[in-house]
Ligand binder design. Structure first.
Ligand code: SF4
Length: 447
């Protein structure tokens, strides 16, 4: 009998990818994925530890699920609950202590064990780091076709930025073998993917032996993936400035499938703060990398992450960040107020910046980035670009797709356009989207 599985995914694309793999792993046990939690037989919370009070939010959600579990039991049914992801990794046994009704807790590197854990005694916790074992156990055939697909190539981080929990929750850097990645990308293309985004906490730290036995880095992998027939767009995220090597930069000039968009976090424009964050590069090194990237691909649009109010940040540090943003010019950026993560070195620094100061600095930084984003979007008006249609718009006959620069583009089109690449003339540019008029289908969706 088919059982209903609902996965609530928090956080980044890595978790979106992991949730899809979890659904594939549970399918042989009769679980069919549903977007709706109502009536689910199994609910998995795939958690993220990056945001503030992440663990408390998970405990609140578990409290709500407990009620639903009781109602289900009163009606003679059963709702099982599992917790996966980075909060599961960080909290492990504490989740079982505070929420003993949870059937299983699995860290990001152990989720391949979930089917066996659900079949065994309740209350199991798995938080080891067997990354190679996990990827070897993943389902061989993706179940949900999509024109734009994720492919995790690397996991974990050895950089130990002082504000970040990832090295503790995802473990040290692990690169999947090139042959596995080429095979998985081929399968994704075979079920309709035209765009593949390579994922990793430090994606550009990916390295390994290629099928030819030679040592490969990400640039070489991108070239090999670009040679796959039917794979028309490639992206990668999230990168670290230290790992932008010459070959990867050259790939931006030489590989037409590599989209002219790069998310390259810098976090701060102040050398003093970058040192305190243990980023291991200064602001000028970041500027020089951007110069080299733009020399290779003058059409490149850039995105970044900024943390505002890192402990000890002064007005002068903040101004240095604004200066870097003005110098580089971003098409979009993500910015957050600093908040301490338990267990990280920065959480113990005493000079925390007052919240009202952080709020004012964040508003100033975001206003600058929004001006740059609007200017970039408006500069696209009058251009023609390929748009990959990925979801219906709000009204009938309307579609939303992705430009090469990751903008959402709204177009009108026929009912069967899902997954089509359409040549689009941009007629309007707004803060967060573009409006386009389609010239003609650049190419139809793969069968
Ligand atoms: S490089 Fe990224 S993932 Fe690694 S510690 Fe720094 S912020 Fe976290």
């Amino acid at each position: 009998m088919t059982k209903k599985l609902h996965i609530k995914t928090y956080g980044c694309q890595m978790n979106v990818y992991d949730s899809a793999r979890l659904a594939e792993l549970l399918a042989p046990q009769g679980y069919a994925l549903s977007d709706d939690a109502e009536g689910a037989d199994l609910v998995v919370l795939n958690t993220c530890h990056i945001r503030e009070k992440a663990a408390e939010k998970v405990y609140s959600e578990l409290g709500r699920l407990r009620q639903r579990q009781d109602e289900r039991a009163a009606a003679g049914g059963e709702l099982r609950i599992a917790v996966a992801g980075c909060v599961a990794q960080a909290e492990g046994p504490e989740i079982m202590r505070r929420a003993p009704f949870v059937a299983a807790v699995v860290g990001p590197q152990s989720y391949h064990r979930l089917p066996a854990m659900l079949a065994g005694a309740p209350g199991a916790v798995a938080t080891e780091f067997p990354a190679a074992e996990k990827f070897a156990a993943l389902a061989r055939q993706p179940t949900r076709p999509a024109a734009s697909a994720f492919l995790t190539v690397q996991e974990g981080c050895d950089k130990f930025c002082t504000f970040c929990v990832v090295p503790y929750t995802r473990g040290s850097e692990f690169s999947r073998p090139a042959a596995d990645l080429l095979a998985e990308a081929e399968r994704l293309v075979a079920i309709g993917a035209r765009e593949v985004t390579l994922l990793g906490q430090n994606v550009n730290a990916w390295h390994g032996a290629g099928p030819d036995g030679a040592p490969w880095t990400l640039g070489r992998l991108i070239r090999a993936l670009a040679a796959l027939p039917g794979l028309e767009r490639l992206r990668y995220m999230t990168s670290h400035p230290l790992e932008m090597d010459d070959d990867l930069i050259a790939a931006h000039a030489e590989v037409p499938q590599l989209m002219p968009f790069l998310h390259l976090p810098v976090q701060s424009g102040s050398d003093r703060i970058l040192r305190a964050m243990n980023r291991r590069h200064d602001a000028d090194a970041y500027r020089r990398i951007i110069d080299r990237l733009r020399a290779a691909q003058p059409d490149l649009a850039l995105s970044s992450d900024f943390i505002v109010g890192f402990p000890g940040e002064t007005d002068a540090d903040h101004k240095a960040t604004l200066a870097l943003i003005r110098d580089v010019g971003f098409a979009q950026a993500f910015s957050f107020k600093y908040s301490p993560r338990p267990g990280t070195p920065a959480a113990t620094i005493e000079q925390q910046v007052p919240d009202h100061v952080m709020t004012a600095r964040l508003a100033e930084l975001q206003a600058l980035v929004m001006r740059q984003q609007l200017a970039f979007n408006r500069a696209c008006v009058g251009r023609t670009m390929d748009v990959l249609i990925d979801r219906p718009g709000k009204r009938p006959g309307q579609w939303i797709g992705k430009s090469p620069y990751m903008q959402s583009v709204v177009v009108d089109g026929p009912a069967d356009w899902q997954g089509h690449l359409v040549e689009t003339f941009i007629v309007d540019g707004y803060q967060n989207s573009l409006n386009g008029r389609v010239h003609g289908a650049a190419s139809a969706a793969a069968a």
